[in-house]
Design a protein around this ligand. Sequence first.
Ligand code: UDX
Length: 415
Amino acid sequence: MRISIIGTGYVGLVTGVCLAKLGNEVTLVDVDKKKIEAINQKRPSIYEEGLVELLNVTDIETSLDFKKSFGSELIFICIGTPSGDDGSLLLDQLETAVKQISQVVRRKEEYCVVCVKSTVPPGTTRELVIPLLEKSGKEAGKHFGVCMSPEFLREGKAIYDLMNPARIIIGEYDKRSGDTLANLYKDFSAPIMRTNLGTAEMIKLASNTFLATKISFINEIGNICKQLNIDVYEVAKGMGFDDRIGSKFLNAGVGFGGSCLPKDLRGLIARSKQIGYEPKLLQEVLNRNDEQALKSVELLKKHFNLKNATVGILGLAFKPETDDIRESRAIIIVEALLHEGAKVKAYDPLAAENFRSLFPQIEYVTKEEVLNSDAVLILTEWEEFNRLDYSGKIVIDGRRVPKAKGARIYEGVCW
Ligand code: UDX
């Protein structure tokens, strides 16, 4: 199939290389010249396991010009939808891209399907995308098709997740649009669910907010367990045998970060408020997450006065195996430590440079040097942290690194 991908962030780039690997003719379009040049040089600006290897073995066309999508049977929209000040998902970049696609649709003789992959508030494809595309003078469902098919890619494992999806969700405006997309995925063994546009949009947000809820839930249980001298990890293990609950996403700690869970949670909260519904449970999931991160600072204060103390931080990325620091818990924790007057030295195997752009005032050192602080705070569970010698140290562990238990004083954030 001839496919264009508009937007070459994590989702667009990974989708593009994987679909090319599966034998499709793929064109990647982005207005960011630097991103396109980096892709052409097979040195993408994002780190993703297996991505460079795939870029080297696939034949992908790239362009800065939307008109390049003219020959495509399928156009995927993979434009970012960042959080606005009120938490709502901002749609202006998406809107600009759809207007450009509308120009392409206007000139196209043959039928093509435009598929939204960006995470958008329910109603966006029907109320914003379709009217903009119809400004071309063409009619949705007749001259062109429209789908909304969300992605569920974990950063770091995005290629694996795309090639081995748990499910494929196809929100379709009409049957022909959905058939085109279903045909693209016909060789995948995952269940394919076909539904309407708004439901597909909601499935994405509900999935991510559910994962976030699971984490805040186990963190809440952890906080109670800590006071009662019960190990929340043992509790989670016992709960997980029940397959209605499941054992995944029950790792208690300093909370969730990343480019999706916090943003999607805020996005759904904002959308609910717009329609006059107060989503109290979702709001508490978010509140617990912020308070959970700051609990690590409270625990440090229990052991000594933070003013002028040196706190060593192990892990800055929002999770292991990535250099991504978006919404990393380390950000609000370092802010709080600096506010208390502490000195901070930090180590992360991949994310230190990204963190330096936000916090140039802290020291970036080796992991061994981090251990040489008044106390150590573990914020990302990198495998290598489980090989350090913590003896004689004070450690506050936000991610349950087993080896850290050997510290002179060891305390888990909620265990
Ligand atoms: C997430 C979803 O998993 C993915 O399906 C979606 O499409 C994009 O958002 P990602 O942001 O890459 O993926 O990270 P994920 O592995 O889900 O972890 C998110 C955050 O939750 C991390 O900060 C992680 O440390 C934290 N987490 C995860 C926990 O604190 N406890 C857990 O049990 C699991």
